[in-house]
Design a protein around this ligand. Sequence first.
Ligand code: A2P
Length: 344
Amino acid sequence: KSYRIAILGATGAVGKELLELLESRNFPLSDLRLLASQRSVGRKLQFKGEDLPVEVVSDRAFNNVDLVLASAGGATSKAWASIAVNAGAVVIDNSSAYRMNPEVPLVIPEVNPQAAANHKGIIANPNCTTILMAVAVWPLHCHQPVKRIVAATYQSASGAGALAMEEVKTQTSAILEGKQPTPSVFPYPLAFNLFPHNSPLNDLGYCEEEMKMVNETRKIFNNQQIKITATCVRVPVLRAHSEAINLEFESPFSAVEAKEILSRSPGVKLVEDWKANYFPMPIEATGRDEVLVGRIRSDISHECGLELWLCGDQIRKGAALNAVQIAELLVEKNLLQPAIAISQ
Ligand code: A2P
């Protein structure tokens, strides 16, 4: 079987990675439609050596499409997801629009693949920071339940899209030339700087990104009891996030055991050389599929605590790769019925 795919937001940072992954993972597709806004009409993108035209998204764009991989922001997903589902497609949505909807599974294939079976047309891809943390914490949580997670993030520009990545580059060279550039995508300069994540703040003083880590992790782990708190920070790194994570368990969890578990966990690569003080770095996580985890040590401030450090490619496992893995899961479990089968 092969499937007819549309990428909504094909010209974006995640969209381009989706194209690359569908090609490199040889996803069984018979047709590929590239959708974006009016701004991109006339552009062409390469897939398997062919130049494919970018089309403007429209009512008719989803006819004869089995699967839509959407990564064009929440408003665009809200506008088009149900139109695509009504046209017979399954939508894997990378935006936050449907993630907390109880009717919509929120899936990380290494963590909760079973949730995908309950989809009603839309499956949500979790927030990037949440995915990277969950992939590393889940295997430990399966061994012994986590009571509390305290996370601090060091997030790359890519989470804010292709234009934000460009802004960091141009800002960096402008500053090196002695100029003072005016930020446009981000509210503040990111080159040679960092700032707390600029998503909207709630009454408790937490930003949206931090609350995504709290609420999405609980939904994915299917556990509302876990206590989670986070401080999210944007750093001048192009496309891989880093996270410092403190875990508190019911009873002591040895670092040796945690390393042993993580060394055989799917989607994780243990990266530690204590003698060389060598641990995961965003530059080495870039372009890789695995979440790099290291600096696993007992928390000297709490007998049941564990500290770890991780880095993961935000565009890849944080977004496009996870979405393609969900698509592969749907194919494997026969949960992606071609529109032809639905209409018969
Ligand atoms: P376009 O390039 O035509 O603006 P990023 O996250 O890297 O900023 O990318 C966002 C993606 O979402 C781009 O492909 C962008 O297309 C697409 N997009 C943004 N707004 C819309 C819209 N209103 N309709 C369709 N696609 C959109």
